[in-house]
Design a protein around this ligand. Structure first.
Ligand SMILES: O=P(O)(O)O[C@@H]1C[C@H](O)[C@@H](CO)O1
Ligand SMILES: Nc1nc2[nH]cnc2c(=O)[nH]1
Length: 315
């Protein structure tokens, strides 16, 4: 059977309507239903023989975080049946797993972005897979452009909230039929970035002598960067930095009952004055993220050690 026939058949069964009449997120969620995601998780489980408790998503240029794993092993996304592929420079497309400071960790070296052509539901499929693998807490990282003039290139920023026009305007991964086995239909999101985990992260930053900032992450859909007016709009509405990921991932993690902590590395300063030079360049962003990743790696590693000291964090 042709793939499009199969998709139409699945969608027709759920909605009694042709797929053409539905949004991409609704189609994705119908196709990647609980059974299909369970079979992806089972496929991974049978190969890794390992129950991860912490998931890490590596942002652009931040995949070396995975080298913190002592006995690291890997699964390529490309080998996993019906799993998307990474297409962006700085995203390897690998699940790395093993023990990090004695806690079982699975690390995504590569995420999926809506601008690659994936629906937000597809971009966040891995969060549902992680949930079924046994993950309780996710550490989401990204490279972001600094909007708030108090942020400098190389700063680490703990995310306390997000502001996402795409999420607010129907690029929401939870659109479509809901399966309560993952989470509820309507999801409260005012405390996605757990306050106690943020306090723990700040404590870690202090003990490591790192200047950890805190702020709001703004999401645009990309792949074009922001106009000056876009940037001013985000800044005026509370965003301190801007990027093209994270918010939809954090939303699905929260929906699935996973605890979330998220970090941005500020890789460039966003132009907030008309006719200023535009320095946004992806290769440069990846280069800066790689150069400045050491602090992020130290922080994540120490944070995981602290998580290991109290089993309640991973309940
Ligand atoms: O995957 P992240 O969010 O770290 O990547 C950032 C946002 C865009 O994908 C890209 C822009 O250069 O880097
Ligand atoms: N200006 C800008 N810089 C970034 N650095 C990483 N992501 C982004 C982005 O979306 N915009």
């Amino acid at each position: 059977m042709e793939n499009s026939d199969l998709i139409n058949q699945i969608v027709k069964k759920e909605f009694n309507l042709p797929a053409e009449l539905l949004s991409q997120d609704a189609i994705t969620n119908a196709y990647y239903n609980y059974d299909k995601i369970s079979s992806i998780a089972k496929w991974i489980e049978e190969r890794i023989h390992f129950k991860p408790r912490i998931g890490i998503i590596c942002g652009s240029g931040l995949s070396d975080i995975a080298y913190l794993i002592a006995d690291k092993q890997e699964i390529q996304y490309a080998d996993i049946p019906e799993f998307p592929r990474s297409t962006v420079h700085g995203h390897k497309g690998v699940f790395a797993y093993g023990n990090l400071n004695n806690l079982p960790v699975i690390c995504m070296q590569g995420r999926f972005h809506p601008y690659e052509g994936y629906s937000t539901a597809l971009c966040t499929l891995p969060l549902k897979v992680l949930k079924l693998l046994g993950v309780k807490l996710v550490i989401i990282t990204n490279a972001a452009g600094g909007l708030n003039p108090s942020l400098s290139v190389g700063d680490l920023m703990l995310i306390k909230d997000h502001f996402s026009l795409p999420l607010l305007s129907m690029q929401n991964p939870l659109v479509g039929h809901n399966d309560e086995r993952f989470g509820p239909r309507f999801v409260p999101v005012s405390n996605i970035y757990d306050k106690k985990l943020r306090a723990l992260m700040h404590k870690c930053g202090k003990e490591l002598n790192l200047d950890l900032k805190e702020g709001v992450y703004g999401t645009i859909s990309g792949p074009s960067y922001e106009t000056v007016t876009d940037s001013l709009f985000y800044l005026k509405n509370g965003a301190d930095c801007v990027g093209m990921s994270t918010s939809h991932e954090a939303t699905v993690a929260c929906y699935c009952g996973l605890k979330v902590v998220a970090l941005s590395i500020i890789t460039d300063k966003v132009a907030i004055e008309y006719d200023a030079e535009d320095g946004s360049d992806h290769n440069e962003i990846v280069k800066i993220a790689k150069l400045k990743a050491k602090d992020a790696e130290k922080l994540v590693s120490y944070f995981i050690t602290q998580l290991g000291m109290d089993s309640r964090w991973l309940e």
